[in-house]
Design a binder for this molecule. Structure first.
Ligand code: 1GP
Length: 271
C-alpha cells in the first residue's frame, strides 16, 4: 500500500520532521462525521498521522465508517489544494492507520495498520494471538503493516485493564529498558510507550530518555495523558519522536477552536 505514487506509510513516518504529532481517533467516542471534522482541524494545525482505534472498539463497522469518513475529507482537502496555487497537495498526504484492539476491528479503507504486540500483557492473546488471526486479513486487505512494540506504563487506563498489562511502574526503569531493548532487537520501526488514554500522569521523561538510548533505530512514540503542549514538550525533550493525543481533541466540537488549540499545542511541543 502506498500513500501516493511512491511513498510507503513507513517512509512517510520516517521522513516526516520529528518531533511529529499523531492524532488518535476513538470511534466509540464520536461519530464518523465528527471524527473527520476533528481530523481535518488537526492536520491544519500540523498533525502528520491519524490512528483510528481504541481499546474497546472490537467490531469493524464503526472503525470502517470512521476511516472512510476521514479518508473522504482528506481527499476533498487534497482536491481543493490542487485548485489553489498557494496550497500544497502533499500536505494532505496523511496516513490513516488502524490502531486496533484486535483482529476484528479492521478496515480495508485504511492506509496501514500499527501491527502491534502488547509486549507486557499477561495474556498471550494480546502478545501474539490477535496477530495470528489478523495477519492474513491484513494481507488480503492490502494495507501496510507497520510493526510496533506496544508497552503499557502505569496508570495504564482502559488499555492496561483490557490488555491485561503487567504495567511498568515509575520506579521500574530497568524493566522499561529491557522491554525497549527487546523491541529494538525485534526491529520494530515503532515503539509505543503508552500511559493509557486520559492518564493522570504521562510516561515519565526519564523512562523515555532511557528508551531512546537503547533503541536508536526505532521511532519512539509516546501517548497517554499529555493534555497540554508543555507535557508533550517534556516528552519530546526526553527523546520522543512522535506524540499522540486523543482525549484533548474530544473536548472540542468546533473545528476552528480545535485547530487553534492544536496549533499552539504542536508549537509548544516543538519549542
Ligand atoms: C491513547 O496514547 C493515546 O492510546 C492518547 O492518550 O487520549 O490521553 O491523549 P490521550
Amino acid at each position: 500500500m502506498v500513500l501516493n505514487d511512491n511513498i510507503s506509510v513507513l517512509q512517510h513516518l520516517r521522513s516526516s520532521s520529528h518531533p511529529g504529532h499523531i492524532l488518535v481517533i476513538d470511534p466509540d467516542d464520536q461519530t464518523p462525521e465528527m471524527a473527520a471534522k476533528r481530523s481535518i482541524a488537526c492536520v491544519l494545525a500540523g498533525t502528520r498521522c491519524i490512528l483510528v482505534g481504541g481499546s474497546t472498539a472490537v467490531d469493524g463497522t464503526p472503525v470502517h465508517d470512521t476511516v472512510v469518513a476521514i479518508q473522504e475529507s482528506l481527499e476533498l482537502c487534497k482536491w481543493n489544494a490542487t485548485q489553489d496555487s498557494e496550497a500544497s497537495e502533499d500536505d494532505w498526504n496523511i496516513p490513516v492507520l488502524l490502531f486496533p484492539a484486535g483482529a476484528r476491528a479492521l478496515s480495508p479503507a485504511a492506509d496501514g495498520i500499527t501491527f502491534m504486540t502488547l509486549m507486557n500483557s499477561r495474556n498471550l492473546q494480546f502478545v501474539m494471538g490477535e496477530q495470528v488471526l489478523g495477519g492474513t486479513i491484513v494481507q488480503k486487505m492490502n494495507i501496510e503493516p507497520i510493526p510496533m512494540g506496544y508497552i503499557v506504563f502505569a496508570p495504564g487506563g482502559k488499555v492496561g485493564e483490557v490488555g491485561e498489562a503487567d504495567l511498568i511502574l515509575p520506579d521500574q526503569k530497568e524493566r522499561c529498558v529491557n522491554y525497549v531493548a527487546a523491541a529494538e532487537c525485534f526491529g520494530f520501526p515503532l515503539i509505543y510507550l503508552e500511559a493509557g488514554s486520559g492518564a493522570s500522569s504521562p510516561v515519565p521523561p526519564e523512562m523515555i530518555s532511557a528508551a531512546k538510548k537503547v533503541a536508536p533505530n526505532s521511532m519512539i512514540v509516546v501517548g497517554g495523558g499529555m493534555h497540554n503542549g508543555k507535557l508533550a514538550q517534556q516528552s519530546v525533550n526526553a527523546g520522543a519522536d512522535w506524540i499522540v493525543t486523543g482525549n484533548l481533541t474530544e473536548e472540542f466540537d468546533d473545528a476552528a477552536e480545535l485547530e487553534k488549540v492544536m496549533r499552539e499545542y504542536i508549537q509548544t511541543m516543538r519549542s
